[in-house]
Design a protein around this ligand. Structure first.
Ligand code: MN
Length: 296
């Protein structure tokens, strides 16, 4: 597996890239608490390596985000410490990006990284909703002896923020109880596949500032098999994009991440799909900004 440092879309990086950027990609190739298929530490590199091969024109919007977006790709945050300390390091790195008035997009890596990324954003903005697209609820209080296991991500985040969970289809009894007791906004996969009727309900429950955490396993494993715990019955490409587009257009996105891509040596297609997802998110954010700039 090649772990050479690449930039998004092969964009040149120099000393001016970060200061003039508006979107900052932070690769965090961390993996310590995954329990089944290993390899998500290679996820950030797989996304960046695939990205120069994308088509950058958006057919629906008639828009080329790369012509407008100011993107910097930071060197990977290389951490080998325990999850709790890793979370502190990630929070600090992400908070610095937010303080510089830039949009952080963290590329993982295992999902526990999101606790840190969320905290970094939350330290600055407070009052935010966290929208999670994921096959799993990640609501366990502890797993395999750690409160910072990748199965506990949303439990930690729900202690500090409103959460909205989308595409969920694999939970245990304890999590089912927690969801009911707390009346969390959960949109189970079975209820939302092949329809858009839930979009307004999901959006109307959110605060203005939104952090988006995207676990790649929310996609159906028929086209996204490259993940540590693939679950059948996932969401399709267009249904995810139509929701994400609305989310970006209606809410103020204060941070994002794409987690849990676990690349395969013999099938690079899913890496390209994850890179495309990242670019679609960049496209929506940039398109919205362009609209606002034209309004002024
Ligand atoms: Mn998951």
């Amino acid at each position: 597996m090649e772990n050479k440092i690449k930039t998004f879309a092969g964009l040149e990086e120099d000393e001016k890239s970060y200061p003039s950027s508006e979107i900052v990609l932070l690769p965090v190739p961390y993996e310590k608490t995954t329990t089944y298929i290993k390899g998500t530490e290679h996820g950030p590199f797989a996304i960046l390596n695939a990205s120069p091969n994308l088509e950058f024109y958006d057919c629906d919007l008639d828009f080329v985000a790369l012509n407008h977006a100011k993107i910097a790709t930071l060197p990977p945050l290389l951490l080998k410490n325990d999850p709790e300390d890793m979370v502190k390091n990630v929070a600090e790195a992400v908070e610095n990006i937010v303080k510089d008035n830039k949009l952080p997009i963290v590329l993982g890596g295992e999902h526990s990284i999101t606790i840190g990324s969320f905290r970094g954003v939350n330290n600055h903005y407070k009052d935010i909703s966290v929208v999670q697209l994921d096959a799993h609820a990640d609501l366990r209080d502890a797993y395999e002896g750690s409160n910072y296991n990748h199965a506990c991500v949303m439990r930690r985040i729900a202690e500090d923020a409103h959460i909205c969970q989308i595409g969920i289809r694999a939970i245990d009894e304890e999590e089912a109880k927690i969801i009911k007791e707390n009346d969390y906004d959960v949109f189970f996969a079975k209820a939302i596949v092949n329809n858009n009727s839930w979009h307004e309900r999901a959006l109307s429950g959110l605060k203005d500032n939104v952090y988006l955490t995207f676990d790649i396993d929310v996609f159906d494993p028929s086209f996204m098999p490259s993940t540590g715990t693939p679950e059948p019955g996932g969401l399709g490409w267009y249904e995810v994009l139509s929701f994400l587009k609305k989310l970006v257009m209606k809410k103020n996105i204060v941070g994002m991440d794409i987690m849990e891509l676990c690349p395969m040596n013999n099938n690079k297609g899913p890496d390209f799909i994850a890179a495309k997802l990242l670019y679609q998110l960049i496209t929506y954010v940039t398109y919205k900004k362009t609209l606002h700039n034209n309004d002024i």
